[in-house]
Design a binder for this molecule. Structure first.
Ligand code: PLP
Length: 386
């Protein structure tokens, strides 16, 4: 058998086969899947901004004025005025000194982790950090040592820092809100540890940005050594990512960030949408969105727990329903689909062996009635599973 087909076949036999789900239109609160209208519990469009009129209008305006492509990398002719306008807006949103755009959060992490880690002499990353951080560590490993600390365990991090004492202070990497477990990093304690040890901190706020205003500053023990990486593709309803950090950061990455240097820059429509998204977050009339997200998430956690479901350590709008085996997760996901609920199974290698789950994402578009319907369908599916 062809080696590619053999690898896919092995995935299938392990119950870990992945395939794409065709959808009939851009995902919103409901999606049309295989002819069935489903409540979408897999959306990262947490603030329901993806179709917001201001964001769409800004994207259209930029497209009509500047065309569909940037024409190159930022360093070789693709540096549009809109890139710089957006970076100024990001620097106001995350006032740490400088900001630089990336084409996606994945590209940002794969670039930031080795580029910063090499300058700072060592990397310490939470074990549950996203795959893009893991790829960044792999890239960094040819030139710098890295260590993984147990998830959210700052005693373990402290032991590793004492043991390895990186000459440049080291880089600590974690997520403000973890993508698969829905729990927050202990940001205030991390800030205290940063003050004691003086490391640089890379906080990936992909899943909290926009949903939890003010959360990030809790982790700024030493703002002059803190870098926030955030994405526009989730709560902000668009695409792309940013790194915001000390004044030296943008210039350093323009010189050493390979994923920045060697890639075509974001196109005008995306830049316009991202500007619209930041304006929307700043608009007092839109403050209901994070409030509603948090209210719906609190309601969901309480009704799901009341039905005896295991939500692990979730504290947010990301609700892992721990089911154990990949087969069980796939069965429950299929049963939910039969009742008009889209909640794909998350299986290894995305999550550790034995922790297959459904990952339910609540958004600001949900109502209490949606959440209650989800809880009823899920508890019935779990109870009737052999
Ligand atoms: N960081 C985390 C924690 C994520 O969950 C993701 C995406 O799922 C990324 C980074 C990558 O972001 P993007 O989707 O913009 O590539």
């Amino acid at each position: 058998m062809n080696p590619l087909a053999a690898a896919v076949q092995a995935r299938r036999e392990d119950g870990l086969y992945r395939s794409l789900t065709p959808l009939l239109h851009a995902p919103a609160k409901f999606i049309q899947r295989e002819g069935v209208l489903c409540l979408n519990c897999a959306s990262n469009n947490y603030l329901d901004l993806a179709g917001h009129p201001r964001i769409v209008a800004k994207a259209r305006e930029a497209l009509e004025e500047d065309g569909s492509g940037s024409g190159g990398s930022r360093l070789l002719g693709g540096n549009l005025p809109l890139h710089e306008i957006l970076e100024s807006a990001i620097s106001k949103f995350r006032p740490l000194g400088s900001a630089l755009l990336f084409n996606s959060g994945f590209q940002a992490n794969v670039t930031l982790v080795p580029a910063l880690g090499e300058a700072l002499g060592g990397i310490f990353a939470d074990k549950m950090c996203h795959a893009s951080v893991a790829e960044g560590l792999r890239l960094a490993s040819s030139s710098v040592n890295f260590h993984r600390f147990r998830h959210n365990d700052l005693n373990h991090l402290e032991d590793l820092l004492k043991k390895h004492q990186p000459a440049g202070g080291g880089l600590v990497v974690t997520e403000t809100l973890f993508s698969m477990d829905g729990d927050f990093a202990p940001l205030s304690d991390l800030a205290g540890l940063q003050r004691r040890f003086g490391f640089w901190l890379l906080l990936d706020e992909a899943h909290s940005v926009g949903g939890y205003p003010g959360l990030e500053t809790q982790g700024w023990g030493m703002p002059e050594r803190t870098v926030m990486m955030g994405t526009f593709g989730k709560a902000l309803g668009s695409f792309g990512a940013y790194a915001a950090g000390p004044v030296e950061l943008a210039e350093y990455l323009i010189n050493f960030g390979r994923g920045f240097i060697f890639s075509t820059s974001l196109p005008p429509a995306v830049l316009g949408a991202n500007l619209g998204a930041l304006e929307t977050l700043d608009d007092a009339e839109e403050a209901w969105r994070p409030e509603k997200l948090q209210q719906m998430a609190n309601h969901a956690r309480s009704v799901l727990k009341a039905r005896g479901l295991n939500l692990g350590t979730s504290q947010s709008h990301i609700l892992p329903i721990h089911l154990g085996t990949p087969e069980k997760a796939a069965r429950i996901s299929a049963k939910l689909f039969d009742t008009g609920i889209h909640a794909p199974a998350i299986r290894p290698p995305t999550v550790p062996e034995g922790s297959s789950r459904l990952r339910l994402n609540i958004t600001a578009a949900f109502t209490e009635a949606d959440v209650d319907r989800l809880a009823d369908a899920l508890s019935m599916a779990v109870e009737s599973d052999p």
